[in-house]
Design a protein around this ligand. Sequence first.
Ligand SMILES: [Zn+2]
Length: 340
Amino acid sequence: MIPLIELTSVPEGLLEIKEARNLHTVLPHPTLLTLEGHHKEALFVTVLLHGNEDTGLFAIQKILKKYRNRPLPRSLVVFFGNVYAAKEGLRRLDGQPDYNRVWPEGEEPQSDEAHLIERVVRRVTGKPLFASIDIHNNTGKNPHYGCINRLESDFLYLASLFSRIIVYFETPKGVQSMALAKYCPAITIECGKPHVSRGIEHAAEFVDSLLHLSAFPHRGPHTKEVEVFHTVARVTIPERFSFGFADADTDIRLPEELEEDNFKELPAGTPFGWVRPGSGARFEVFDDAGRECFDDFFTMEKNEIRLAKRMMPAMITRDLKIIRQDCLCYLMERYAMPQL
Ligand SMILES: [Zn+2]
């Protein structure tokens, strides 16, 4: 069983940590920090569900420093997730399930990690919640954006306070924002690459704005103020095929500049890769129902993989390990949002 540390005051040393790798010296295990504020409906924030994504940790440090000697406008509950992977600078350790796939109704429900998260959810949802924020980074070049799992006015309003770019997704399951959506407006925020001050500032400002917001206005943002995209497919590279960028001697070669295409609407025919002749290599593409649907999104002609129709990719990275552990990218379509 994974221990869960529960604290009701900021532990000594937490605010002085400069690297997520050293967080274990203060918090040796996953930790739930509960701080009372003026409004009792708490804001729940999770950081380091992915151990290499440190922006959430530093954003929370900023908030805790700001309110060190004055009361919080609203109660705040922070979950520091995968401190073990953070120690190694990794998204997750080999052999660990992903800490953002084991929330209720997710993967590996019998794992120690799923049991840990179950305890966290029980603790956090035992009292009324105001909103929930899960803070992440990407490894590729992406704008800051918020992800929601419900197209309801409070969720859209919450997302619009972070970015005009909003991504709506239904898979993968077992992510924090989907689990918390049952209890309060919930969002995953993607704050660009880790350890960048602009991302840290932005995340901290967003958390602070939610601490100050007294109520949701019960109307969505104006459709002109936001752009909503819907993820329709997840692109992976099967374990059995090697891959690399540019002229790598691998089964699949990816275009050198592919990362530049994140959040750009790409026309049909855009090249996505080249396949070693005779290798039989290809991507695997999954829709929300988990159905393999390569042919709906890509064409393969003369060993060249191209987009079959107009699509916008997100989360393309050059990090080969992340591509293996997560995916090559998500494919999105613009969503025509009704005014709520
Ligand atoms: Zn992440």
